[in-house]
Write a protein that binds this ligand. Structure first.
Ligand SMILES: Nc1ncnc2c1ncn2[C@@H]1O[C@H](COP(=O)(O)OP(=O)(O)OP(=O)(O)O)[C@@H](O)[C@H]1O
Length: 271
């Protein structure tokens, strides 16, 4: 069974196309990284996944349930950590979770059991009575992950979850979330614009001008992801002329051998 299937998704703001025939799949237990420069269409995809926007073209299936035809069943399988934190800093970790559970109508006894499980799963057991204000950024993110998982979804969406964290906390958070995938079979879609958050074993989707320009195992895209990213998105800041030759030499044959697909090749970055 596929955890997430995005099928020929298209979306436009009036005449402005933000997503164009976007298609990709993630399996249970996989960590999917969604990478794209500003304006690539990441936020639009998230707005569609979370039903902030109605679908225009195509469909999204979450564990087989169509967001178009069975949205309630589909969303039941989805947990979301948004970029902007909505934790109450003056409540304790446990109170934040209990508050969320109550708001969503979870019976008190069930909520207590789930909160307990998630606190342990997110290594937050010892911080349960601490006010969120006293937690560092990485721990606050874990509280949000615990909260997003209270209803036991099997797909977790994290939108720029590492924003504002220092480099060590970013790495630690990434490790933590990948462990959830490996050990608990959770499927994760992690959006970022930071290349160093992507690991070779991740499923990587590179989005550019609303189109999928690359899709496959990140490690198969090339030795230097920064160069490949610049090549695929024509990112001036990353891809100056001197890297183009290196790319021509090693990325294309490697991509062909590995089966990593580069679609809709974009124009060459201008030197
Ligand atoms: N409300 C809107 N009205 C009109 N155009 C929009 C609107 N929101 C986004 N767009 C356009 O749609 C395209 C995709 O934008 P989107 O915000 O989804 O990209 P993004 O990858 O999330 O970028 P960023 O990282 O800068 O948020 C861009 O061309 C953007 O200008």
């Amino acid at each position: 069974m596929t955890a997430l299937a995005v099928e020929a998704l298209g979306f436009a703001y009036g005449a402005r196309r933000a997503l164009d025939e976007l298609t990709f799949e993630l399996a249970p237990g996989r960590f999917g990284a969604l990478l794209g420069p500003n304006g690539a269409g990441k936020s639009t995809l998230i707005a569609l996944l979370t039903r902030l926007y109605d679908l225009q073209q195509g469909d999204i299936r979450i564990f087989g349930h169509s967001l178009r035809h069975a949205p309630r069943l589909a969303l039941r399988q989805l947990g979301v950590v948004f970029q902007q934190s909505t934790l109450d800093l003056d409540l304790s970790v446990q109170q934040n979770l209990a508050y969320h559970a109550a708001l969503h109508g979870m019976p008190r006894r069930e909520a207590q059991a789930r909160i307990e499980e998630e606190l342990l799963r997110q290594d937050l057991g010892e911080r349960r009575h601490d006010k969120v204000r006293t937690l560092n950024g990485g721990h606050r993110r874990r509280v949000e992950i615990a909260r997003a998982l209270l209803h036991q979804p099997r797909l977790l969406l994290l939108d720029e979850a590492s924003a504002g964290l220092d480099p060590a906390s970013r790495l630690a958070l990434g490790r933590h979330v990948r462990n959830l995938c490996r050990e608990q079979g959770l499927c994760v879609l992690w959006t970022t614009h930071l290349l160093d958050e992507v690991e070779p074993s991740d499923d990587l989707l590179i989005l550019h001008h609303g189109q999928r320009v690359a899709w496959g195992k990140a490690g198969q895209l090339g030795d230097d992801l920064a160069i490949s990213f610049a090549r695929l998105t024509g990112d001036e800041a990353l891809g100056r002329g001197h890297v183009r030759e290196a790319l021509r030499a090693n990325l294309d044959p490697q991509a062909r051998r590995s089966g990593f697909s580069r679609e809709h090749p974009t124009e060459e970055p201008q030197a």
